[in-house]
Design a protein around this ligand. Structure first.
Ligand code: DP6
Length: 337
């Protein structure tokens, strides 16, 4: 720990939604290197806030999630705190308090925002002095999608060509593609269930790698999709980005569904919401859908169309509520206390 560091800090971060999906790991090492690159947008209104307190008097790590002590998720947090401790060269245990203003582990990327906030808080608390690229590598080692939540606006995870360097961080990192202001898209999240998903992304990806006959085809197409999506974001080409993003989403789910046993993250309401979005688009409303390892449907709208799309989704039987978001900023340290 740096002599100036207090061991305590509070940071916040927002979930991100992938337009070109990450699903699959390069190896089973604890560096959690992704097998594919990906591209996402960071949301504004949904938020995780994480406080860390490294404290010599603690005998073991503690996790408090949304105000309650959580023993079940503690092992994963502890393993990730070890990554911070290794860099700092300390063994001090830590109390982590984290809260989300949205459903946890329901396909709304709470692990992305939670781990991005943990890295930002840990970096500040321990005085590690990691730059954003290093922080994104560390966040990736905790949860692949978390690397992208370090950045606001649009971000991509970059897979270096070279062999990974044997460092604390591994090799793949995220970088910003464009600021939120570049293209103020709106996002409507149709909540169809608040339950925690039964099969998390980490387990699902591994199952797909081991058993889906479409896995190799999935791996071979993703880099091209990311390169194309980046160009479309920079050119603000909504129509083509809509087509490409739905392609990436459906391609990921088709490959996951073909795993054994098949991974089926959608509910009937998810599919109804997909049809609703496509009907709106056919009627001239610039909107497209995407969906992750859970049933919620995310509708990405051109600037100014969020209200109309939210109203249409809210009408659907099975949609409990619709959250509206703008694009948001990256992770940030809120306090050193
Ligand atoms: C479907 O980042 O949660 O949301 O690295 O195992 O923690 P781990 O996986 P995670 O996977 C996210 C999968 C996805 C697509 C995406 O966000 O790119």
């Amino acid at each position: 720990m740096s002599v100036l560091a207090s061991g305590r800090a509070r940071a916040s971060a927002h979930p991100n939604i992938a337009l070109i999906k990450y699903w699959g790991k390069a190896s089973d090492s604890e560096l959690n290197e992704p097998a594919v690159s990906s591209l996402s947008l960071t949301l504004d209104e949904l938020r995780s806030e994480t406080c860390v307190a490294f404290d010599e008097s603690l005998k073991s790590d503690e996790l408090w999630l949304n105000g309650k002590r959580d023993e079940q998720k503690l092992a994963r947090i502890s393993a990730n705190l070890d990554k911070l401790r290794r860099i700092a060269g300390i063994d001090t245990r830590c109390r982590v308090e984290t809260s989300n203003n949205f459903p946890t582990a329901a396909g709304l990327a709470s692990s992305a925002s939670g781990f991005a906030a943990l890295v930002a808080a840990g970096n500040a608390a321990l005085g590690l002095g990691l730059d954003l690229k290093q922080q994104s590598m560390l966040a990736r080692a905790m949860s692949g999608s978390a690397a992208r939540s370090l950045y606001g606006g649009f971000a991509k995870i970059y897979l270096p060509d070279a062999e990974p360097a044997q460092t604390h961080f591994g090799s793949a990192y995220a970088e910003q593609v464009a600021e939120a202001e570049h293209w103020p898209l709106e996002v409507c999240v149709a909540i169809v269930s608040e339950d925690e998903k039964k099969i998390g992304s980490t387990e699902g990806m591994e199952r797909s790698r081991l058993s889906s006959p479409y896995y190799q085809a999935w791996l071979s197409g993703n880099d091209v999709d990311v390169v194309q999506a980046e160009k479309l974001v920079l050119a603000r080409d909504f129509e083509q980005l809509a087509e490409l993003s739905e392609f990436s989403c459906l391609k990921m789910h088709a490959m996951a569904m073909a795993s054994r046993p098949g991974l089926l993250y959608w509910s009937g309401a998810t599919v109804d919401a997909m049809h609703c979005v496509r009907e709106l688009r056919a009627g001239g409303v610039p909107v497209f859908f995407t969906n992750d390892a859970g049933p919620q449907l995310k509708a990405i709208c051109a600037p100014g169309y969020g209200a109309k799309v939210a109203d249409a989704l809210a009408e659907l039987h099975g949609v409990k509520r619709v959250l509206r978001c703008a694009l948001g900023p990256g992770a940030r340290v809120e306090a050193l206390d």
